[in-house]
Structure formats: structure tokens, C-alpha cells
Design a protein around this ligand. Structure first.
Ligand code: PMP
Ligand code: GLN
Length: 375
């Protein structure tokens, strides 16, 4: 008997496979297709011949943890203690899985806001806990009233994703005030804040949950170098948590991976000395604006995009079919792959919206837009 009877192969795998099968331009799964910074690849090439190939310490390569702490200080003005409050993880997925496994018990409730990224529900179910899906408002802001109604003394955790995949939305100051007052009312509740796109924000920077005084002791913040440095295949990220939670998280971490791939840790540690983190936002803002401009005269209606490298678009003016079928037809007949937004909802709500990833080189965006504009 399956432990996850209602979970199937992720839509990102399905769409990427279909894109390959039909030789379509893949704007579905979120990964960059332009070269990684040469400074980073040079570091990796140099390191390949050095003594960096054995286990790293369980919590992370020590210089890397200390440089992450410096990055956090420079980005948010917050002091994080690398030995007790930071953990290097095998990407955000492992950080999320490990956190949930370590902190959520049998029959606890975990609030997940719909639409949501796909890696939250399975670990909750594997803990014999209950995912409680609460829809966001139509403009993708959280509905704090319905969230509060869904919370009880059984609620162990709320998961937020800021900036948000797939909608590109950023939480506001008043969202954080509402979140803080919610946590005040439910003292057993923890906050898991998935901030893998923390450095991919445009007109405004997102508020990071771990910088809020009222949240800091109950917040696990998760980030991904895969997103920040265009190396999604490296599967490396980190989490920040207060010491009492970190102690529990590390107990699970040591038996999931023990320690993260050593050469990538050393490489990122050296790269952090030379990279300008603010360049990332500029790079993606240009891509977002370029892609939006290319699609301006298409029949797709573009939704706002405040962060991430995803553009949501409505195809309501083109077709009435459901978004999964529309995406399949888009691949087969028009040679462009996208992600149907209904797959981010527990109930498969179909709003005729699809997600394009614009983390692509100019040629790819040009050709994809040409095809999309001809529909
Ligand atoms: N959270 C969100 C919102 C994501 O979009 C992704 C995409 N990969 C992840 C987590 C997982 O990140 P990683 O590849 O570092 O595991
Ligand atoms: N985060 C990526 C996306 O949203 C997918 C990563 C994956 O395939 N697991 O497209």
C-alpha cells in the first residue's frame, strides 16, 4: 500500500520530459539555461585538484557557514550565529523535508497556502500529519481571516513562500503584522519560510521572516544557492533557525544526508568572496522586462511579477480548455513548454493560467516569444 497514494510524478518532471520528447522550448521547469558565472566555474576547476573531496562537517563547511552569516548581515543587518543557527543543506528541498520531519508530529496540522510549490505536502503526510490547504485571495495575497479560521491547537506549522512560486508575489508589511498576531494567538505554531528566491526581487525587496523580532524564535528560513547562483543542479542551500529548533533539525539532517557535497560547499564559500549579490536582481529584472515586452502584443495576458523568475499568464482569450491540456497542446502544436497553475492547488483549481520561466538566454526568449505571439 502506498504511503502517498495521491502524489504522483511532479509536474516539473512531466513537462520537462514532454518538452524533450517534442523538442519544445522548455519554459516549464524553473532552471536557467545560460552559462554559470565563469568565476564560479574557474573556482570549481581549480578545486577539483585540491583536497576537498571528503566529508564536510555535518552542519556545513565552516568557512561557508561563516560567509553565509556575513551575507545575511550585509543583506538584512541580522547577526546569525553560524555554529548554532545555520545549517548547510542539500538544496531547499532537503531543508524543507528535514525541518518538517524533525518538528512535525503525528496528527499535527500544517497550513499550506494554495497555490503552492509542490514539495511541502509529501513530508507532512509522511509524518502522519495533516496538510491543511488554505487558498490565497484572487490577487494572491494571503487571506488572514481564513488562515486563522483554519488554525487550531493542533496547528504545528504554517508554511509561507516569499517571493512566491508560481505567482511572483511578495508579502507586504501588513501581511507580516497579520502573521505575527496569528502566531501570538497560537503559541505552539512554527513558521517555515521558504525564501529560495530571496535575491530575485524587483521593484521592492521581500521582507525576510527571520529578521522580524517577533518571529525570529519560531521561524525556520530556507534559501537555495541553486536559485541565487544559477546552479540548480548543485542542490545546495541553507536554513536559519533558532538554536532550540536547530538542535532537533540537525538530529534529522545527520541521518538524511549527514553532510552536503564538499566541493560545492568550498566553491560557493570562495565565490561568496567575489560575487556581487545585487547583480542577480538586475539580471533577472532585465529578463523579466524583456520577456514581458516580447509578449506585449500576444493574446496572453501577463500577471504582475514582483520576484522569482516566473511569469504567470492567462490564456483565457485564446482557449477555454483546461490548463493541463492547454500546456500539452502548447508543447505539441506550438513548441513551447509551460506549467499549468492548477497543479499548484490541492483541488486543481483551473483559472486558465500558466507559468513561464524566463531564466533563459535571449535567443531562447526571442524564439519562445515568436511562437507564443503567433497563437
Ligand atoms: N522552494 C521553492 C519555492 C522552489 O521553487 C524550489 C525550486 N527548486 C525549491 C523550494 C527547491 O529548491 P532546491 O532546488 O534548492 O531544492
Ligand atoms: N523549483 C522548480 C520550479 O518551480 C522545480 C524544481 C523541480 O523540478 N523539483 O520549476
Amino acid at each position: 500500500m502506498s504511503k502517498l497514494p495521491n502524489i504522483s510524478t511532479s509536474i516539473f518532471t512531466v513537462m520537462s520530459k514532454l518538452a524533450t520528447e517534442y523538442n519544445a522550448i522548455n519554459l516549464s521547469q524553473g532552471f536557467p539555461n545560460f552559462p554559470v558565472d565563469e568565476k564560479l566555474t574557474t573556482i570549481v576547476a581549480k578545486l577539483a585538484k585540491e583536497n576537498v573531496h571528503q566529508y564536510a562537517p555535518m552542519s556545513g563547511y565552516v568557512p561557508l557557514a561563516s560567509k553565509i552569516a556575513t551575507l545575511i548581515k550585509n543583506s538584512y543587518g541580522r547577526t546569525v550565529l553560524p555554529e548554532t543557527e545555520l545549517l548547510v543543506t542539500a538544496g531547499a528541498t532537503q531543508a524543507i523535508f528535514t525541518t518538517i520531519t524533525a518538528l512535525v508530529k503525528n496528527n499535527d496540522d500544517v497550513i499550506i497556502l494554495d497555490p503552492s510549490y509542490d514539495c511541502y505536502e509529501a513530508p507532512v503526510l509522511l509524518c502522519n500529519a495533516n496538510p491543511v490547504r488554505v487558498p490565497l485571495n484572487d490577487d494572491y495575497t494571503p487571506n488572514w481571516e481564513s488562515i486563522e479560521k483554519a488554525c487550531t491547537s493542533k496547528t504545528r506549522m504554517i508554511i509561507i513562500n516569499n517571493p512566491h512560486n508560481p505567482t511572483g508575489k511578495i508579502l507586504s508589511q501588513s501581511d507580516f503584522e497579520a502573521l505575527e498576531s496569528l502566531l501570538e494567538k497560537f503559541p505552539n505554531m512554527l513558521l517555515l519560510s521558504d525564501e529560495v528566491y530571496e535575491y530575485i526581487t524587483f521593484e521592492q525587496k521581500q521582507i525576510s521572516a527571520h529578521t522580524r523580532e517577533n518571529l525570529i524564535n519560531r521561524c525556520i528560513m530556507i534559501s537555495s544557492f541553486g536559485k541565487t547562483f544559477h546552479v540548480t543542479g548543485w542542490k545546495i542551500g541553507y536554513l536559519i533557525a533558532p538554536q532550540q529548533l536547530m538542535t532537533e533539525i540537525k538530529k534529522a539532517h545527520q541521518f538524511l544526508v549527514f553532510s552536503v557535497n564538499s566541493i560545492c560547499q568550498v566553491a560557493i564559500s570562495e565565490y561568496l568572496d567575489i560575487v556581487t549579490i545585487t547583480e542577480i536582481k538586475k539580471l533577472y529584472q532585465e529578463k523579466r522586462d524583456y520577456f514581458r515586452e516580447l509578449l506585449k502584443n500576444s493574446r496572453f495576458e501577463l500577471m504582475p511579477c514582483e520576484g522569482t523568475y516566473f511569469q504567470v499568464a492567462s490564456y483565457a482569450a485564446i482557449s477555454n480548455e483546461n490548463d493541463v491540456n492547454f500546456c500539452k497542446r502548447l508543447i505539441i502544436e506550438h513548441g513551447v513548454a509551460a506549467i499549468p497553475i492548477s497543479t499548484f492547488y490541492a483541488d486543481g483549481k483551473d483559472l486558465k493560467l500558466i507559468r513561464f520561466c524566463f531564466a533563459k538566454d535571449k535567443t531562447t526568449l526571442d524564439e519562445a516569444a515568436k511562437r507564443l505571439c503567433s497563437i
